[in-house]
Write a protein that binds this ligand. Structure first.
Ligand code: 4AD
Ligand code: MG
Length: 443
């Protein structure tokens, strides 16, 4: 319900201008009257004046209403509740104590939507806040993260476009699994068996034959039964695929992309990083260290970790390998057995594949998985059979090796994993507005 409470002011030209707080906190607007629209973040008052923090998408500004100068305005302001939407007109003043350096002396006020008592207050449980996620998204922390998220996506697109990659779209409803059966979400597709996609890779592989270097930013779905701080059941996947490209060149693309994303966030999101206590996010410069899987296992064993050659690296192992790093590291040449059927075996040792995972520093771990694909038809068929996959579902994928096959490579970057690292988050759920995990699909 929208409640409009008008004071006895003439609003004829009141709705015209559309400033954001960020536009008016400079000396050009000093002593000027401006109009702002937004939501009430905090209210504090005495019997002389009311202080109201106004939040809009760009910032938060303190606004003052003096009883002495306008009693009816003061009375109207008294009715305002937290998170009410308002339109105000006021004069910009300097305020040395304010973090933004300015405040607003309100002349006119209009309440657009008077809020009921806001259910989010201090010291509430994580579960409660997740139930109220649709409202919790108004918090400073989440606003900052979502702005950084936007920069991550924007800058990634920029980098791809600058480097001759074409953006494509791929299906989310599929029949041929990319990353094994264990984490597939089943779908009843008009009485046919189908799944939600785990990765767009196989479709990107089809598109390189017509478009060359391609990329996609789309959701991927994994029925992850594990409750970890880095797994979502629905995540945004930024995937790229390049023809005539080996694993080494594939890693070079990843380094450049990551360097570009971090540079952009450091430039564009200084304020947000500060709010998140992450102003120390270091500059990231290529090349990133490359460590062979064998060597990673030895390092872990020396540190007393109970792991054997052939085991996959999990959250804990990756944490140990990256805790004290400043740069991301590549771990390459994993055993064939722990990677997808499509990976190209190494020419010198067919037990390992030409792949690499990129692990973020400070304990965050894997943010990218990628590698060179099998481009030989017979070998691909052999691997599909070895993994007990239904060969019929992969007919189209095998076709790609029949008509002008080429060595090719690609990678998949977990958008929320990268944001978790950049923002220094403890848990991946805060990297996406409405997280989906094993026990949450609401709101
Ligand atoms: O390592 P993954 O499984 O690799 C693939 O899916 C390849 N087909 C990608 C490719 O080569 N085109 O997943 C890639 C990345 C991981 O490194 C991780 O960052 C992210 O996707 N990821 C997840 N992020 C959040 N929640 C999950 N459950 C994730 N599973 C993978
Ligand atoms: Mg992986």
């Amino acid at each position: 319900m929208i409640i409009t409470l008008l004071s006895n002011i003439n609003y004829s030209d009141f709705k015209m201008a559309n400033y954001l707080i960020k536009d008016i906190i400079n000396d050009n607007y000093l002593n000027e009257e401006v109009i702002l629209k937004g939501w009430v973040y905090r209210i504090r008052g005495s019997n002389k004046r009311i202080f109201l923090l106004l939040r809009d998408p760009s910032n938060i500004i303190q606004c003052v209403i003096e009883k002495e100068s306008d009693e009816s305005l003061y009375k109207l302001a008294k009715k305002i509740t937290i998170e009410s939407s308002i339109e105000i007109s006021g004069v910009v003043k300097k305020d040395e104590r304010s973090p933004i350096g300015y405040e607003l002396h309100i002349k006119k006020l209009k309440i657009i939507g008077l809020a009921e008592p806001f259910p989010i207050t201090k010291d509430q449980s994580i579960e409660y806040l997740l139930d109220k996620r649709h409202l919790w998204l108004r918090s400073r922390k989440l606003i900052s993260i979502m702005k950084i998220r936007s920069t991550v996506l924007q800058s990634a697109r920029e980098w791809f476009n600058k480097n001759g990659f074409i953006e494509v779209s791929t299906p989310m409803i599929i029949t041929a699994a990319c990353e094994g059966g264990a984490t597939l979400f089943n779908l009843n597709y008009f009485n046919h068996k189908a799944y939600l996609t785990q990765s767009s890779q196989l479709y990107l592989e089809a598109l390189i034959y017509s478009l060359g270097r391609v990329y996609v930013i789309a959701p991927s779905f994994r029925a992850e039964k594990s409750r970890t701080v880095r797994h979502l059941t629905e995540f945004w996947h930024l995937e790229a695929e390049q023809p005539f490209c080996d694993n080494e060149q594939n890693m070079k693309y990843q380094e450049e992309l990551i360097e570009y994303i971090i540079k952009s966030v450091r430039e564009i999101n200084k304020n947000e990083l500060k709010i998140l206590n992450r102003d120390k996010l270091p500059e990231i410069k290529k090349p990133f260290p490359r460590i062979k899987y064998d060597e990673a296992i030895e390092t872990l064993q020396k540190k007393g970790v109970n792991i054997m050659w052939g085991n996959d690296l999990g959250t804990e192992e990756e944490k140990i390998l990256t805790l004290n790093n400043r740069l991301p590291i590549f771990i390459y040449n994993y055993p064939k057995k722990v990677k997808g059927f499509y990976h190209k075996p190494d020419d010198n040792n067919p037990e390992v594949v030409n792949c690499a995972d990129l692990l973020a520093p400070e304990g965050h771990g894997e943010i990218i998985g990628g590698g060179q694909r099998i481009h030989d038809k017979e070998l691909l068929i052999k691997r599909i059979k070895e993994e007990n996959l239904d060969i019929n579902e992969y007919e189209w994928y095998i076709d790609l090796r029949k008509y002008g096959t080429v060595p090719h490579s690609g990678f998949g970057l977990g958008v929320e994993r990268v944001i978790k690292w950049i923002c220094g988050l403890d848990h991946i759920r805060d990297a996406i507005p409405f997280p989906r995990t094993i026990n949450r699909v609401y709101p």
